[in-house]
Write a protein that binds this ligand. Structure first.
Ligand code: KIV
Ligand code: ZN
Length: 500
């Protein structure tokens, strides 16, 4: 392993405006970070609050492989709180720029240095590993900064970290700055903020110049424009610099989603590595290239980072991709029918719409005259759910003009409804729910919910979708829509006759 990763999603990442994690949320993220393989987890700042200490203690007591670290100022009370949580190390931070020393702390350089040294000694005496860190180091007097680090190392600090607190470095300056600090003879960390969008580039430069550890956050969350992103840093190290880390790349997409969900900080679609569009192709030329050889328009495979390739059928789509998707749906069309389908997709593109797989299936079935009959219709649905209640659903369905009543229980109201419907149709077909995907289209608790289901029957997969304000109704409608596609006599007959 060439570069160590200190993940600070739970400390600097949590400083993202509007983000506050509960102790259990911290624990869930820490467990995932450990599975991901980070070397150090900065779990929080123990002095902050009772809840913060509870979160750090939970992380510590999980017995993870990663080193567990707490942020601490050069204040004995901060170190005591960290000790109380049982962490392995402290990220002991003092500001080193005159701007911070004079205007924020209203102290002198000498006072700050003495505090740093005293607190380092104290923490080391208590058995903690100290990573001594300089805040706003990139706007500090270099002589003062290196003197403080030297004395800190003499006092027992085992690692040092220089923070580019407001993202002032450029890759060239980072190379020079971290290169000179790496001469101090202890492991050095880069800690770069993204105010000018250079956090990852600066981190890479610092690492190339001799730093051995990168401070990063999942999705690059953090104060203002955030920190260097974990996924971008480790993938650039691996793919562009052939430098190893201990990260299990195939978990990157999963952890990115998890952190976005828990923190509520959504990922921009064009975010490198983990964004929804990171491996999406729309233009005909690109899609055609990718189908023939993925490297034409993909620098790494989506599978490497646990993501998926997606072809988007919008205005720029090419005929190759449409043909391929139709084939993958198990449908066959002649050239004339294909032209009709293709023109309808282009017309939708001109209206500013992108066609999903479900839309394409509906258009194709329409052109082929296969629109499903409504074999199953929902007459009534009753759900009982709540605290300390087993979620229960009862349904009244009209199946081929017969009334069928069923009930089911599940792990949630949606699951209970699906169980009840599945029981109602068991005499007609054994239909498995292969995939269930839910998205909130708009923000807020009154968001429109978009549900896409994939159902499997006799080795065939059908996709169905529903968009509604109510997640239970959207799920039930999508599920029944899929069942109708499967049970529709035309569909079944065509499958049996080998026409599909
Ligand atoms: O960016 C920074 O300066 C920091 C320190 C407070 C450690 O996160
Ligand atoms: Zn920071």
């Amino acid at each position: 392993m060439d570069v160590r990763i200190l993940d600070t999603t739970l400390r600097d990442g949590e400083q993202t405006p509007g983000v506050s994690l509960t102790p259990d949320e911290k624990l869930r993220i820490a467990i995932k970070l450990d599975e991901l393989g980070v070397d150090v987890i900065e779990a929080g700042s123990a002095i902050t609050s009772e809840g913060e200490r509870e979160g750090i203690k939970k992380v510590v007591s999980e017995g993870l492989s990663a080193e567990i670290c707490s942020f601490a100022r050069a204040v004995k009370g901060d170190v005591d709180s960290a000790l109380d949580c049982g962490v392995d190390s402290v990220h002991l931070v003092v500001p080193t720029s005159d701007l911070h020393i004079k205007h924020k702390l209203r102290k002198t350089r000498e006072e700050v240095k003495n505090l740093a040294i005293e607190t380092t000694k104290y923490a080391v005496d208590q058995g903690l590993l100290v990573e001594l860190s300089a805040e706003d180091s990139t706007r500090s007097d270099f002589e003062y900064l290196t003197q403080l680090f030297r004395e800190g190392i003499d006092a027992g600090a085992k690692r040092i970290c220089a923070c580019d607190t407001v993202g002032m470095l450029t890759p060239e300056k980072a190379y020079d700055f971290y290169g000179r600090l790496s001469q101090l003879g202890v492991p050095l960390s880069v800690h770069c903020h993204n105010d000018f969008g250079l956090a990852v580039a600066n981190s890479l430069s610092g690492l190339r110049a001799g730093a051995g550890q990168a401070h990063v956050t999942v999705n690059g969350i953090g104060e203002r424009a955030g920190n260097a992103s974990l996924e971008e840093t480790v993938m650039a190290l691996y793919s562009l610099y052939q430098v190893k880390t201990s990260i299990n790349f195939e978990m990157l997409y999963e952890i990115s989603r998890m952190v976005a969900r828990i923190t509520g900080v959504h990922i921009q679609p064009n975010k490198a590595i983990v964004g929804e569009n990171a491996f999406a192709h729309e233009s005909g030329i690109h899609a055609d290239g990718v189908i023939k050889k993925a490297e034409t328009y993909e620098p790494i495979t989506p599978e490497l980072v646990g993501h998926k390739r997606r072809f988007v059928m919008g205005k720029h789509v090419g005929s190759h991709i449409i043909r391929k998707r139709i084939q993958e749906m198990g449908l066959r069309v002649d050239d004339e029918k294909f032209q009709q389908i293709f023109s309808r997709i282009k017309a939708l593109g001109d209206m500013g719409k992108c066609v999903t797989d479900v839309d394409l299936q509906a258009i194709t079935e329409d052109v082929l005259g296969l629109m499903s009959e409504k074999v199953v219709e929902l007459d009534e649905l009753t759900i009982v759910s709540g605290n300390k209640v087993t979620p229960t659903a009862s349904v009244k369905l009209n199946i081929d003009s017969n009334e069928v009543l069923e009930a089911g229980i599940g792990i949630g109201p949606v699951d209970a409804a699906i169980v009840a419907i599945r029981k109602s149709i068991k005499d007609f077909a054994d239909i498995e729910l292969e995939e269930y995907h839910v998205d909130a289209i708009t923000g807020g608790t009154d968001a429109l919910i978009d549900v896409v289901v994939k159902l499997k029957h006799d080795g065939n997969i059908v996709t169905a979708r529903s968009t509604q304000p109510d997640i239970i109704m959207a799920s039930v409608e999508a599920y029944i829509g899929g069942i109708n596609k499967i049970l529709s006599s035309k569909f079944v007959k065509k499958i049996k006759e080998g026409d599909l």
